[in-house]
Design a binder for this molecule. Sequence first.
Ligand code: AMP
Length: 392
Amino acid sequence: MPLNKRTIRNLQDLNGKRVLVRVDFNVPLKNGQITDDTRIRAALPTINYLLSQGASVVLMSHLGRPKGVDPSQSLKPAADRLSELLGRPVQFAEDCVGEPAESKSRALKPGDVLLLENLRFHKAEEKNDPDFAKQLAANGDIYVNDAFGSAHRAHASVEAVAHFLPAAAGFLMEKEINYLGGVLDNPQRPFVAVLGGAKISDKLPVIENLAKLADKLIIGGGMANTFLKAEGYEMGDSLVENDAIEQARELLATCSGKLILPIDAVIADAFSNDANSETVSVGGVKPGWRILDIGPHTIIKYIDALKGARTIFWNGPMGVFEFPRFATGTTEIARAVAASGATSVIGGGDSVAAVEQAGVADKISHISTGGGASLEFMEGKVLPGVAALPDA
Ligand code: AMP
């Protein structure tokens, strides 16, 4: 499904215009240093294109979850990093609205770049407040949304602001929706979905939607435990969501032919990398022990299920991959996805870390920058940030 929204390619006459771009610079920070600049890099094609067209660029983003103004969650480090990546100065405004932003944005010349301070220093952002959105809009002549990772939130910089200025999607937004939408609407078959991670309750809507669309649905990670429990296996101290057992049972009944579950597991006597561990069949989980990874027979079964796939969507690790001793299942699945030759799409979050850890990220067709947004998109929901943009 190509994005049927107006994109920056459709914008005429950018020369001399100030383009207000919502980016997702919600990068991890440690002691004021950016530890992973992937999201900043992902915005470069849009920024560089706008600059090449003679526009000036005003960037806005949220960072973290500050409660009011919080200097430890300032976007200033992102301005410095962006400046290095662009090879040109990036100005910074100490507030995203009002005088600090407006005086700087009005003075911009073609080729200039300005980053505004963290949007979430204002409560009005998350309230989708139209007055706040209007103040944001005062910083540009055109609005571009390139923040796919925030598109599932109806926040002022994502939704309301799009109604105050001529609006369009940026290249990253377009690419994300083309890839994820392609998986949903027109996957080359066989289409295999792989879902893992901690909790089944977070992912039930995605499981339900993908169970309809995919040819096979491989389940791993903590959430497989709830399915196994629904099948009657004892799970010891494994993570099980008792509230979701009934829904798991219904899913097993309605799509049992498609759902592929673990047949063995690596269990541990503590939630620790140093715990004692054993490999058992899923019927052999001992009281007081917990499943921390899929077992070797399951790995073989899952690699086999991925063979011949022409489309793969993957979200969520197969085990507690943060502990090296329980990362084998996740690493092997990452390698199998990378080696499959299928169009492979990774839905953000921990699976991104997993393919990077396995050293195969460059063999994946598309790695989404939006964890929550990609999951909501795969549920089949229309994202507010996309809906707010005008049709092509
Ligand atoms: P999610 O954010 O739902 O994708 O979940 C990712 C988290 O699931 C990671 O932190 C994993 O450590 C965790 N996880 C995966 N498998 C298990 C498991 N068997 N038991 C507990 N946690 C798990």
